[in-house]
Design a protein around this ligand. Structure first.
Ligand code: MLT
Length: 268
């Protein structure tokens, strides 16, 4: 079911609600929308209430007038949780959705029973990454977003996945091409500005899920493995032959990882 968020700050924004059980919120990444989690919805809706937003500026959700930031997306997620009347949830984000998840952990830890990073990192961008993002912003402005996205999206998949699931990649690109240049540029500025947040792994006792692809070109898997040693309670899944998009490249394993993590969290 697609639901309008009743919000003045986030006008014309939406999330999807499916299934029954403890609330599990999944936050999509850059150049994606809620459909990136379609395989997770079909597998997990029997056991959980899945809440999957289109973050502001993606999918059916409008870009808000105030500057984009990971904290803004965290506040948006918070409004969804308030609207649904949930006390606590489990929250996991893919890549940029993971950066927003980290901002949420910082602002609203009391609303979490556990949280997860799917191909994401608590490290801030280094100078080289910031420079690459600035180049991408210029490419979008000068050559158009289609040129940028057609080069970027395939890079989110392992070589093996490009051959084995070309239809998923093509659908991902179709979704990405619907997002406006204004949104893409706003997300890049927000990612450049996001701080280092590794302190969040140790500042509370919340269990943390790490889903890692050993062929991830966007978030080096060694970075994630290193970070996975920091929390007191880590649940780590390393996916072989997978790039940056395990939800599509290895859906069964990601579904099992999410389910086992949630069961573990709910038993704490
Ligand atoms: C994403 O998938 O959300 C992006 O690759 C994140 C990033 O560029 O850091």
């Amino acid at each position: 079911m697609k639901i309008l968020l009743n919000s003045t700050r986030f006008a014309n924004t939406f999330y999807h609600k499916t299934g029954t059980g403890f609330p599990l919120l999944l936050v999509h990444g850059f150049a994606e929308d809620s459909t990136i989690f379609n395989h997770q919805v079909s597998a997990l809706q029997q056991g959980y209430t899945l809440i999957i937003p289109d973050i502001p500026g993606s999918g059916d959700s409008a870009l808000p007038p105030e500057p984009m930031s990971m904290e803004l997306i965290a506040d948006f997620i918070h409004e969804i949780i308030e609207q649904e009347g949930y006390g606590k949830v489990i929250l996991a984000g893919h890549s940029m959705g993971g950066y927003a998840t980290l901002a949420f952990v910082e602002r609203y830890p009391a609303q979490l029973l556990g949280w997860g990073l799917l191909h994401s990192t608590a490290y801030a961008d280094d100078e080289a990454k910031k420079e690459n993002r600035r180049k991408s912003i210029n490419l979008i402005k000068n050559d158009g977003k289609d040129v940028f996205l057609k080069a970027m999206v395939p890079n989110l998949y392992s070589e093996q996945s490009k051959v084995q699931i070309p239809h998923e990649l093509a659908q991902h690109l179709t979704t990405a091409l619907k997002i406006t240049s204004e949104s893409l540029i706003a997300y890049y500025h927000a990612m450049i500005l996001r701080p280092h947040r590794t302190n969040l792994f140790t500042c509370n006792n919340l269990p943390v899920l790490f889903v890692i692809g050993n062929e991830d070109n966007a978030v080096p898997y060694m970075n994630m493995l290193t970070q996975s040693t920091l929390p007191a309670k880590s649940f780590v899944v390393l996916l072989e032959g997978v790039g940056h998009t395990g939800m599509l490249e290895s859906p069964q394993k990601v579904n099992v990882a999410l389910n086992k993590f949630c069961q573990w969290v709910l038993q704490q």
